[in-house]
Design a protein around this ligand. Structure first.
Ligand SMILES: Nc1nc2c(ncn2[C@@H]2O[C@H](COP(=O)(O)OP(=O)(O)OP(=O)(O)O)[C@@H](O)[C@H]2O)c(=O)[nH]1
Ligand SMILES: [Mg+2]
Length: 282
């Protein structure tokens, strides 16, 4: 793991062509199977982890954009009450289904990560908002020297037709806090489209339940001093169904996570942060 440890976190936005909106799936799976260069030919075992809660109707769009040559596709089902699991199996016969034991996206990703057997792990959403056809660009950034590759809607070439103005402002404020605390240059702390070498998992130790999971991962990656690249990503609106995110509730959880992570570091050095940390985690 020595190669992962560097003195200070380095965050670079990887230059790349702007994302075409043509990448956004408009038609169901049968009509839109997209050919992209084989990841298997590159000799990389890429595991894709998708947390899904009642996404039966969106899975055809999501799976249609998956590149060929994946090592494994893992869908972590969050006790869906629709036919998410059957739909996944019907669309992708080799899919590995993980039935999450707890609740929330954080718990789902933790259990999905535990099931991964690939060299590279990619996370994306099941609601059709993230485009799986972008995966090769994430993998290319990992191969060019990054330990962790963050998708960013706000890096040059990225965009979102989904995020509201209020959420965008909140995200920007949270970026600013984390960047000030850790000397990073994250532009999109709360985005669920990311990729990393599986060897980074011990640094993440995902142990949260909810939508604060991306923040927790980003902060722990920064604390470990791993090399982070950002790649521009285009997010569209969820295709079917309702969002599970509540901006105030989940924004508060993100803030609490940032505070706890900071105190857990500080508490190793002095008494007051240790007391505050214990009170907050009781
Ligand atoms: N397994 C599992 N998946 C979840 C859970 N909550 C959300 N997800 C999935 O996590 C992904 C992101 O959730 P969304 O509800 O789309 O939230 P969001 O993308 O942050 O918010 P929007 O931009 O409003 O869509 C989707 O694929 C959901 O199906 C959960 O408790 N368990
Ligand atoms: Mg969504």
């Amino acid at each position: 793991m020595a190669s992962l440890s560097i003195a200070s976190p380095e965050l670079r936005v990887v230059p790349g062509a702007g994302l075409s909106r043509d990448l956004v799936p408009q038609v169901p799976i049968a009509a839109s199977r997209v050919r992209v260069p084989s990841l298997a030919q590159m000799g990389l075992r890429v595991s894709v982890v998708i947390a899904a809660l009642n996404e039966e109707q969106n899975l055809p769009y999501v799976f249609a954009r998956l590149p060929e040559g994946l090592h494994e596709l893992i869908v972590v089902d969050g006790h869906s009450t629709d036919n998410t699991v059957a739909a996944a199996r019907g669309l992708w016969p080799d899919v590995r289904i993980v039935m999450q034991s707890g609740r929330g996206k954080g718990n789902a990703l933790a259990e999905g990560f535990a099931a991964c057997t690939g060299d590279i792990v990619v996370t994306l959403d099941a609601d059709g908002s993230t485009d799986a056809a972008e995966i090769p660009r994430f993998v290319a950034a990992l191969c060019s020297g990054a330990d962790f590759v963050k998708g960013s809607r706000f890096a040059q070439g990225g965009a979102s037709s989904d995020i509201t103005r209020a959420r965008s402002l909140g995200n920007r404020a949270l970026n600013a806090i984390v960047n000030a605390l850790y000397g990073t240059r994250y532009t999109d702390l709360c985005y669920g489209y990311n990729a990393f070498w599986a060897r980074c998992l011990p640094y993440m130790r995902v142990d949260c339940d909810g939508f604060e999971v991306e923040t927790l991962i980003n902060v722990r990656i920064a604390k470990a001093g791993l090399v982070v690249h950002e790649v521009p990503s285009y997010e569209r609106e969820r295709i079917h169904g309702m969002s599970n995110l509540n901006a105030v509730r989940d924004g508060t959880r993100v803030l609490r996570t940032i505070a706890l992570e900071r105190m857990s570091t500080a508490s190793r050095r002095s008494v007051l942060p240790r007391i505050a940390y214990r009170l907050l985690t009781r």
